[in-house]
Unconditional design. Structure first.
Length: 264
């Protein structure tokens, strides 16, 4: 009987601590782990790494990369957000004359760091005014947590910050309970494999921070083997992407009418 060729976990050349952890977990399962795209050609490939490298590899290697919709936060019930959030353009945001938090809706935009601005006049001028941005009211998160979600369940997670400073620790009962509340209300609008950040505000209320692609998220103290489960679903062969996840396939920044790996 002919031996089956192992699947590949392809990593960015610049290794992070999370990449090293999930690489070990993948190798233990029998995956070939490499940072050379040539080693992955013609094989069943999964990806962990940044969006720029993903843009180079996704089409040629047939990767289906899942990410939340740009406007996902804007559709959440106000009790889960504790602030106003809207998707607009950079041009409109530049006209604002109040203190706001502005961030790109995804990691496609490298020249616009997420930040609080006293008003829109301090936003960078080097980007086109049609660039999409998320604008929200300013809130102070006391403690922040990351959940790795698979099929609507938080399979692992970690605290990652306290008072805005990196401070990883295991999840606690309150963070797990709020995550369950959020997922009960919102999982149908998210990819089946995703990263969800939540936090406790300075006044003690809980709120959603954001949702992101799992294939470019640090795991902190989350269990690497369970993180790998989420990454394998979030960034794998496009032919294996379930129908429910097709709308969450990441689109090319250069060709918005197409997703990497197939034409729409």
């Amino acid at each position: 009987m002919e031996a089956r060729t192992p699947s590949v976990l392809l990593l960015s050349a610049a290794r992070t601590s999370t990449a090293e952890l999930i690489a070990r977990a993948a190798a233990w399962r029998g995956y070939d782990v490499t940072d050379r795209a040539a080693d992955a050609e013609g094989r069943k490939v999964h990806w962990y790494g940044g969006p720029r490298a993903a843009a180079r590899h996704a089409g040629p290697l047939g990767l289906g990369l899942l990410e939340p919709a740009d406007d996902w936060l804007t559709h959440l019930p106000r009790p889960l957000l504790r602030r106003g959030v809207r998707l607009t353009t950079l041009g409109e945001a530049r006209e604002l004359r109040e203190r706001v938090f502005v961030k790109p809706p995804s990691a496609k935009i490298d020249l616009l760091p997420a930040a609080v601005h006293e008003d829109g006049t301090s936003l960078p001028g080097g980007l086109d005014g049609s660039t999409p941005v998320l604008v929200s009211g300013v809130v102070e998160f006391d403690t922040e947590y990351r959940l790795f979600v698979l099929d609507g369940e938080a399979v692992t997670g970690s605290r990652y910050a306290v008072h805005g400073r990196l401070d990883p620790a295991p999840l606690d009962a309150e963070s797990r309970a709020f995550a369950r509340t959020v997922l009960d209300a919102t999982a149908a609008g998210l990819p089946s494999a995703v990263c969800l950040d939540i936090g406790r505000l300075a006044d003690g209320d809980w709120a959603v921070v954001e949702a992101n692609m799992a294939w470019f998220a640090h795991c902190y103290t989350a269990e690497p083997d369970r993180v790998l489960d989420v990454v394998l679903r979030a960034a794998g062969p496009i032919a294996a992407v379930a129908d429910r996840d097709r709308r969450h396939l990441r689109r090319s920044a250069d060709r918005p009418e197409a997703v990497w790996g197939r034409a729409v």
